[in-house]
Design a protein around this ligand. Structure first.
Ligand code: AMP
Length: 146
């Protein structure tokens, strides 16, 4: 049960706190794992969205899945990176938010996830909501509430 006092905060829309799509590092379906490994390594993110040619969200790709895919029994099979496609490695079953969703909904997801993707009704990728952004807003709110 939510205390009435906190309702305004929890029911704030996530809209203004989304990192917009154009600032989010991503890969495209059809890219190979070598390209994905470069993007993940250069950005330092452990997981990034996978988009199609229409900018629709297709899945999430993690560094761990990429490295896992080239682990042989005795050595790392680097040469396989070019043969494997991002869509073979991505996780396609995802929870997502809409821009009209509330902080409350964001909280519920971001307890377990470092970030969650935000999509339009037609699946177009709008950006991400990160745990860091939510925590910053929560901190601001707590410090101002008596
Ligand atoms: P942060 O809130 O910066 O700690 O980010 C948490 C996670 O969100 C990162 O590990 C990435 O997986 C993802 N993330 C944050 N910012 C971006 C971005 N600009 N592009 C792609 N992924 C991001």
């Amino acid at each position: 049960m939510i205390s009435i006092k906190h309702k305004d905060f929890l029911f704030t829309s996530i809209k203004d706190y989304i990192i917009p799509a154009e600032k989010v590092a991503h890969v495209q379906v059809g890219n190979n794992a070598e390209h994905a490994l470069l993007v993940l390594t250069k950005t330092g993110y452990s997981s990034i969205p996978v988009l199609d040619a229409e900018d629709k969200l297709q899945g999430l790709l993690s560094m761990r899945t990429v490295t896992d895919s080239i682990l042989g029994l005795a050595h790392i099979e680097y040469e396989r990176l070019r043969e494997i496609s991002v869509d073979q490695l991505m996780r396609a079953e995802l929870d997502t938010l809409k821009t009209t969703d509330t902080f409350q909904k964001g909280f519920d997801y971001l307890i377990d996830l470092p970030f969650i993707c935000v999509v339009e009704d037609d699946g177009t990728f709008s950006g991400i909501l990160t745990r860091r952004v939510i925590l910053k807003q929560l901190k601001k709110y707590i410090y101002n509430v008596h």
